[in-house]
Ligand binder design. Structure first.
Ligand code: BGC
Length: 742
């Protein structure tokens, strides 16, 4: 009989019950089974009862997504799942093909770029709570996400799974997600630690990064995930750093993560990211997954025994080449993970596809959609007045939850934009034209959308047909952008350029000429070039919003929701306006990628070089307007260990209720090293009724003023003048005030 994970879970439970029945008094329970005992004592007790073989057994996969427990002791196995936008459908034990379950559909939550664009920590908590409940209901112990790799280049095919270009924003947004997921007894596995900032040659490239850049830009969100979020596991990334694959990397795993940060959880390899037995043993890997094997033919008894942390490790332990001390450290970490998740009996049950989860997905999407431009007030459209609108573009139809790599989902429901618009259009008649043909496939690992997107008209004909209908429409909404096909927003490949694919620029230009009442909606996880930006009155960035994509887009288009999202990344005019590309430091063929732009990522580069972005980091409009008063400081000067408060009054100066993200940036006016013009150090999303004013205060702490001093190998704070800039975007500072550090 092949054991399913359900039957194994029952067997484990039965074993635990049998043990506890045999010893009726609580005090007679073995320590490791006694939930009243501290977890460390239980882990030590369990470890002391395990054989060498059992210790090694829990350090590697036993199937595509699970690893073994210790059946003899009633210690359950671990079940992992992707992540990070919903719970992945079940695949076969040894294969990527679908298991064919009928109860593994989920709610797709908005992509993490959309979450980051809410600039609202409450939305991150809601996200974590909801996806954590779905994971729990599906009996998963480890959710493979969230991801916080910094947005270094707009070409990275996986940017949609991450939280943008700024380490402060990503740090703040990742923490509530983690805390809320883990309340369900489900661990997060924060990925991809670290420096996995492109997909091209992801298994081969060595990221060459100076220490200051590493500490200031690429590590803070991971550190926050560990220190503030309390993440129970972390995923080593595919790339190399200092010549070692990051899944077994002395510097990033042992020195920084485990020693400096005191991480007590388990390091899990990205699937197939482990390449060397000796390094896997010594350089910080705890749990190996997905090493290339078909799971059937390569091993002694089965493929999983051929993993680096399996038989090869056992051999080294038996002949004395590997120490039991290191083994115990790994086993302890994995046991801790099991005790924190699979072994807990007081976990909530979770829920799947609940109305609350759909509602959460909608709220997050509503707050994440960004209104980039709105001249002549094309938006919002008034659904109470009769008229005719024309929707153009493949992305109005295309389901986006299938594709893109491991984050691909099988959803119970996905409202496509056209359906969302139709449902909310009220008295408006809605017509549709295809406009362009992009990617008509709709399958990933055997999950199919079932959509027939075939189209036989030529590109010219499609434009002509769209223009014919656009001519007398009261408004035209073009819905395009990227998609989840390879070389778009997709794992394991990067885009080739910044421009929109599939002739979309020509379609937009033609529509803009024929009807000025045009809104362009971009669905993407990445910045795109907009050569037509001056000819189009309204532009919306709508991300990948999952199950509620169409509903949320319609909420914004018809004004049911006043948009309040802000860009978590810079939209450059041209690729060369991005630091990595300006310096030719992104090379598709290079196996050594030098991060030459250093700390000048995103807006830090744009401001240093004074290049005007197409849309700046932090930019996002509303259907109302906000005015800012003068910023003031609680003290004009502070000692190096002091704090002060920056306050500003913000008023809703328009006629609609709305939300504003008040952003605080700080600049160091007299530093001994080159520092960015300003860096994000605070943000607050506030809701204001028309005419209402609120005071927003930020506390400035010494850590916010420091830079990483490479000579001291530590963070440094220098005395002198600093400026606090407060505004609505990185390029829309409304007020500033200086203070002194003495
Ligand atoms: C991806 C991970 C994912 C894993 C399991 C890898 O290819 O990089 O993000 O969690 O597969 O599907």
């Amino acid at each position: 009989m092949k054991l399913t994970y359900k039957s194994l879970a029952w067997l484990s439970l039965a074993a635990v019950l049998a043990l506890s029945c045999a010893q009726t008094k609580t005090s007679d329970k073995p320590v490791y089974l006694d939930e009243n005992q501290p977890i460390e004592a239980r882990v030590e007790d369990a470890l002391s009862r395990m054989t060498l073989e059992e210790k090694v057994k829990i350090l590697h996969a036993q199937s595509k997504f699970s690893s073994a427990g210790v059946p003899r002791l009633g210690i359950p196995e671990l079940w992992t799942t992707d992540g990070p936008h919903g719970i992945r459908p079940e695949v076969l034990w040894d294969e990527w093909r679908q298991a064919g379950w009928t109860n593994d559909s989920c709610v797709a939550f908005p992509a993490l770029t959309a979450l980051a664009a809410t600039w609202n920590e409450d939305m991150s908590a809601l996200y974590g709570k909801s996806i954590g409940e779905e994971a729990r209901f599906r009996e998963k112990d480890v959710l493979l996400g969230p991801g916080v790799n910094i947005y270094r280049t707009p070409l990275n095919g996986r940017n949609f799974e991450y939280m943008g270009e700024d380490p402060y924003l990503a740090s703040k947004m990742v923490v509530p997600y983690i805390q809320e997921v883990q309340k369900n007894g489900v661990a997060v596995c924060v990925k991809h630690y670290a420096l996995n900032n492109q997909e091209t040659l992801r298994h081969q490239y060595d990221a060459v990064v100076d220490d200051r850049t590493l500490y200031e830009i690429y590590l803070p969100a991971f550190k926050a995930a560990v220190h503030e979020g309390g993440a129970w596991s972390i995923m080593g990334s595919y790339n190399l750093y200092k010549g070692q694959h990051v899944c077994h990397n002395q510097y990033l795993l042992n020195d920084i993560l485990k020693n400096d940060w005191g991480f007590d959880g388990a390091v899990i390899s990205d699937w197939g990211g482990c390449h060397d037995t000796d390094q896997a043993i010594t350089n910080g890997l705890d749990l190996e997954f997905g090493t290339w094997t078909d799971g059937l033919t390569m091993g002694a008894t089965n493929g999983y025994d051929s993993y680096h942390l399996a038989d090869a490790y056992l051999e080294r332990l038996r002949d004395g080449r590997a120490s039991e001390e290191v083994l115990n450290d790994k086993a302890r970490r994995v046991l801790r993970l099991i005790f924190r998740t699979a072994m807990r009996t007081d976990k909530p049950f979770g829920s799947l596809c609940s109305p609350e989860h759909y509602d959460a997905a909608r709220q997050i999407a509503d707050e994440g959609i960004v209104l980039l431009k709105n001249e002549a007030s094309v938006l919002p459209l008034d659904a109470t007045k009769p008229g005719r609108i024309l929707v153009v573009g493949e992305n109005a139809l295309k389901m986006m939850t299938v594709g893109g790599g491991s984050s691909s989902l099988k959803v119970q429901k996905e409202i496509i934009p056209l359906d969302g618009i139709r449902a909310a259009a009220g008295k408006l008649q809605v017509d549709f034209e295809r406009g362009y043909v992009g990617d008509v496939s709709g399958a990933y690992n055997g999950v199919v959308t079932g959509q027939d997107l075939s189209e036989s008209r030529t590109a010219d004909q499609l434009i002509a047909d769209a223009c014919a209908k656009a001519k007398d429409a009261d408004a035209v909404i073009f819905i395009g952008g990227l998609n989840k096909a390879r070389f778009q927003d997709c794992e394991d490949s990067d885009r080739f350029g910044l421009e929109l694919p599939y002739n979309q620029d020509a379609v937009i230009e033609a529509l803009a000429q024929i009807n000025p009442n045009l809104a362009v909606v971009i669905i993407s996880g990445n910045a795109v070039a907009m050569p037509w930006v001056d000819k189009v009155n309204s532009i919306v960035e709508a991300w990948y919003c999952g199950s509620q994509a169409g509903t949320a887009l319609a909420d914004v288009i018809f004004g049911k929701v006043n948009p309040s999202g802000k860009l978590p990344m810079t939209f450059p005019v041209r690729l060369e306006d991005n630091g990595a590309h300006a310096l030719n430091a992104y090379d598709r063929k290079a196996t050594s990628v030098e991060y030459k732009e250093g700390i000048f990522v995103g807006y830090r580069w744009a401001q240093k070089k004074d290049v005007k972005p197409l849309f700046a980091f932090g930019h996002g409009l509303s259907y109302t307007t906000f005015s800012y008063g003068e910023a003031s400081v609680s003290k004009a000067s502070i000692p190096a260990n002091g704090t002060l408060t920056v306050s500003v009054d913000v008023t809703n100066a328009g006629e609609r209720e709305g939300k504003e993200v008040v952003q605080l940036y700080i600049g160091d006016d007299e530093a001994s090293v080159e520092r960015p013009v300003m860096e994000l150090k605070g943000f607050r999303k506030i809701a204001l009724k028309p005419g209402e004013t609120r005071k927003v205060s930020f506390t400035i702490e010494p850590d916010m003023l420091k830079f990483y001093d490479v000579n001291a190998a530590d963070w440094a704070l220098e005395k002198g003048t600093f400026t606090a800039y407060v505004g609505a975007a990185s390029d829309d500072i409304r007020t500033q005030v200086s203070f002194e550090v003495k």
